[in-house]
Design a binder for this molecule. Structure first.
Ligand code: RIB
Length: 300
């Protein structure tokens, strides 16, 4: 079983020709609303990949909450530990350019009222997974990590958005997921030497004593446990909107590991799913099912 403790947002998305520079005003398309939030996205991606998933988090008492939870509800994610806390649901204001790249401004709202005590740690054991990101209160995130590890579960952390954490913060984390930028920021923060994705992944894994997975966009992903690297490629796609691709990778990776796949197989499926998630607008509507991932890999 996978439990995700994390953010639940409504994404307000406009497409632009070019992302605005500071001080610049640009025209955007009509606003589209999509359910999002890194926690909710990871939960949905893992569920669509075929795993039982419970999401723990908080929404506001406003009208945005129902829409933010709609895809999760339809997919069958267990939402019994999602609570209404305060007035405002988290909102992400997203611009997407013609290359599918984005900028995201996050107004966290109720996400910062989420509490690790909402999680039933009694139900955790060996073989269970807790997934975390950095869009809810940091103190609660690491309280959850400690309790889950003590109960024997594996803890997967996506360091997104990037936070320059002390090394000790990772003591209860089993697998750290970062994209290229986050990996470079972390290496810079610790003053670790290393150039090239493999050597950065290895240096971080050695330094933090965990498995590090670095997602590399169109180049796939690389993982290191500090002694050896595992590399996978991804599917070639024409990106329309990359929003949520990293969350898709995370959810599908966790689903694969939960199902007993080895790391390389789980990464291969995760990278393919991340690519497929770039081929449609919006985060959650673009996430593939397990059957769609297997089909895309079989015809690649
Ligand atoms: O990772 C993508 C997500 O980041 C979006 O869905 C948005 O809600 C922000 O949390």
């Amino acid at each position: 079983m996978i439990t995700v403790f994390g953010s639940i947002n409504l994404d307000l998305v406009t497409r632009v020709v070019q992302l605005p520079r500071p001080g610049e005003t640009v025209y955007g398309s009509d606003i589209a609303q999509f359910p999002g939030g890194k926690g909710a996205n990871q939960a949905l991606a893992a569920c669509r990949a075929g795993t039982d998933v419970r999401l723990v988090g908080a929404v506001g008492s406003d009208d945005f909450a129902a829409l933010a939870l709609s895809e999760l509800r339809d997919a069958g994610v267990d939402l019994s530990a999602v609570e209404v806390r305060g007035d405002t649901t988290g909102v992400a204001v997203i611009t997407v350019n013609e290359a599918g790249e984005n900028t995201i401004i996050l107004s966290p709202g109720a996400n910062l009222r989420g509490d690790a005590r909402q999680i039933s740690f009694d139900a955790f054991g060996v073989g269970d997974t807790l997934m975390l990101q950095m869009e809810v209160a940091e103190r609660e995130t690491f309280a959850a990590a400690g309790a889950a590890k003590a109960a024997g579960a594996q803890v997967i952390l996506s360091l997104a958005p990037f936070v320059p954490l002390a090394r000790e913060a990772f003591s209860d984390i089993s697998i750290l997921l970062v994209n290229e930028t986050e990996a470079a920021d972390l290496v810079g923060h610790y003053g670790i030497a290393g150039s090239g994705h493999d050597s950065i992944a290895r240096a971080l894994a050695e330094s933090l004593d965990l498995i590090v997975v670095v997602t590399l966009g169109a180049e796939g992903a690389v993982a290191s446990d500090g002694t050896k690297e595992t590399r996978v490629e991804t599917l070639p796609v024409e990106p329309i909107d990359t929003t949520g691709a990293g969350d898709t990778f995370a959810g599908v990776l966790a689903a694969g590991l939960d199902a007993g796949d080895d790391l390389k197989t789980a990464m291969r499926h995760a990278a393919a799913a991340g690519a497929l998630a770039c081929t449609k607008s919006g985060a959650q509507p673009s996430f593939p099912t397990g059957a769609e991932i297997r089909h895309a890999l079989s015809v690649a």
